[in-house]
Design a protein around this ligand. Structure first.
Ligand code: FAD
Ligand code: DLZ
Ligand code: SF4
Length: 511
């Protein structure tokens, strides 16, 4: 054998660079379902199922195209359960002269592949992942010499570089973003009838995978009863068209809103398909821009959506590869509390957390503002150790791959990187959740109270957070107002808040 081409679970791109120059007479593809990837973090059943189901579809497609695929199924009795063991077995059996792989989505996996190749004395060729619009090296050049990395600068550069939503050198519509128009709430009357996203009933392959996951990982969190994710490029494209047609027009204004029983609202629900590389982000962006040009969706929605993909997604990946592996060791706020158990069960009387976690367990999904301002915010205010927060986020979402999950958790949500990625910690009290959702209306707590039996734990912990980090943020340009408000509290109030926060840390409130 000349080349053994390794295709990992999140590399299901039919135009992958791994397949460039493939010669069916002397090359073969290797894919491996391995238990370690499901257990390394305690993965939600739906996360395991989506990867395995999509991998099996890709295997079948490759074989239909004439590629030889050596596929290590999870239930193969010889499968020893890790990339290292399965790759070693394959190398010994096929004796390839070279291994070829596209840049993996995790630093840990890259090290494991390098180590195995080195131990067995087989060269490993790592090819750039052209799924992304900017390479890792190009991002490093963008970062070089800058005192601070910020999304806004990067995003503008990407707009200029690609010409997306540009008129010559100027942004279409005369502004780079329309954030100020994108913070609408649903008011007390609620969102009304939100067009529900297209769903894909599990077919025979997915059903088989579901049975396998239930048998092999019965104690893992989450349910598979509602599994309806896209697992092929064709389904992913249908999901994209459905989003563009039905939800993109209102994506912008309601980007930050939340509502009970509505896990998707006007979000695209495309992250898993894009991260598995079933969808090319260029196609997604182009279809959104076309919708604007055809007057189907307003600029504020289209720009808001494009920014997530052309801006945040590429930026996040750049940050990950720029700072790994040291990034994982950061804990700038010196947070050491344990993640409350209810993150795995949803059993808490805090309604916002109960809704978000239960929905997450049901679908393996929560939209961005739920991840940032409900589960993320509570962990940040409580002071949970960032590694525990990271292990939860990596395990629990169907779209979680470390390159995208980790900077979102450490940089955007927990401020564990001390501001490398985001300009400030995203902190708020329960009053923010009251404004942006209807969660508080049926909660036993009161968002405007910081102490006493009915005090909202978010509000108590918000003030406590400011007190604990007052000196660090006293001169922060974007937290000044919050610190000034803190300084208006009486000493007695501060004491009471500290006591209540300490009790919350011990109690881990549950029903
Ligand atoms: P939409 O709201 O419709 O956005 C469109 C697309 O933009 C998404 O599909 C996604 O590809 C991209 N996008 C949006 N925001 C981000 C972002 N902050 N970073 C990178 N890409 C973005 N996203 C993941 O894909 N995997 C994760 O593991 C993940 N973990 C997160 C953890 C935390 C703490 C936070 C705050 C965010 C996380 N995100 C993650 C980002 C974001 O929440 C999800 O991409 C989004 O909720 C997916 O839903 P959607 O497809 O409906 O996105
Ligand atoms: C997340 C995941 C799971 C659950 N299972 C597999 C698997 O069996 N085989 C595989 O190749 N990848 C899996 N993945 C994705 C990996 O954890 C990891 O994110 C990617 O390999 C990084 O490129
Ligand atoms: Fe969440 Fe507090 Fe509102 Fe209850 S009152 S839903 S705990 S923010």
């Amino acid at each position: 054998m000349r080349n053994l081409v390794l295709i990992l679970g999140d590399q299901l791109d039919r135009r992958s660079a791994a397949l460039d120059g493939f010669d069916p007479t002397c090359d073969a593809v290797w894919m491996a379902e391995v238990a370690e990837e499901a257990t390394y973090v305690w993965s939600h059943k739906a996360r395991i199922a989506i990867f395995l189901s999509a991998m099996r579809r890709h295997r079948d497609w490759l074989r239909q195209q004439g590629y030889t695929v050596h596929y290590h199924a999870l239930d193969d009795p010889q499968n020893q359960g890790s990339f290292a063991s399965e790759l070693t077995r394959a190398i010994k059996q096929h004796q390839p002269r070279k291994l070829v792989v596209v840049e993996p989505g995790e630093w840990r996996v890259l090290q494991s592949l390098k180590q195995t190749a080195q131990q067995l004395g087989v060269p490993l060729e790592i090819r750039p992942d052209r799924h992304f619009l900017i390479t890792i090296d190009e991002f490093k050049r963008h970062a070089a010499g800058r005192k601070q990395l910020r999304l806004e600068f990067f995003y503008r550069e990407m707009r200029q570089r690609t010409g997306i939503l540009m008129e010559g050198k100027q942004p279409v519509g005369g502004a780079w973003n329309f954030d100020a128009e994108n913070r609408k709430t649903f008011g007390t009357q609620g969102p009304g009838l939100v067009p529900q996203p297209i769903r894909f009933a599990p077919d025979a392959i997915t059903q088989e995978v579901i049975r396998l996951v239930e048998t092999r990982f019965p104690d893992h969190p989450g349910s598979l009863r509602a599994f309806d994710w896209a697992v092929t490029p064709e389904q992913a494209e249908q999901a994209l068209d459905d989003f563009i047609e039905n939800r993109l027009p209102l994506f912008g204004p309601y980007q930050d809103a939340m509502w009970t029983g509505e896990p998707y609202l006007y979000h695209s629900r495309l992250s898993s398909a894009i991260n598995l590389k079933l969808l090319d982000p260029r196609v997604v962006i182009q279809k959104a821009v076309d919708a604007y040009r055809q007057n189907h969706a307003p600029l504020q929605s289209v720009e808001g959506f494009v920014r997530q993909l052309l801006g945040w997604r590429e930026y996040i990946r750049g940050v990950y590869w720029l700072y790994m592996p040291d990034y994982l060791e950061r804990n700038a706020l010196n947070a050491h509390a344990d993640l409350p158990d209810f993150y795995w069960t949803g059993e808490t009387d805090m309604n916002c957390l109960r809704e978000t976690v239960r929905q997450t367990l049901q679908h393996g999904f929560a939209h961005h503002i739920q991840r940032l301002m409900v589960t993320g915010l509570y962990a940040l205010l409580l002071g949970v150790h960032p590694k525990q927060v990271h292990a939860w986020y990596l395990a629990i979402y169907v779209d979680a791959v470390e390159w995208v999950e980790l900077p979102n958790v450490y940089g955007m949500s927990q401020f564990a990187d001390g501001g490398l990625m985001a300009s400030k910690p995203y902190i708020a009290s329960g009053k923010y959740l009251q404004r942006m959702s209807n969660y508080c209306a049926s909660c036993r707590y009161k968002p405007d109270q910081a102490t006493g039996n009915d005090a909202c734990p978010f509000t108590t912990l918000y003030w406590d957070f400011l007190m604990r980090h007052e000196s660090a943020f006293a001169n922060h340009p974007r937290l000044g107002q919050q610190i000034r408000n803190l300084r208006r509290l009486s000493e007695a109030d501060k004491q009471a808040i500290r006591r209540q926060a300490a009790a919350l840390r011990q109690e881990k409130p549950s029903v």
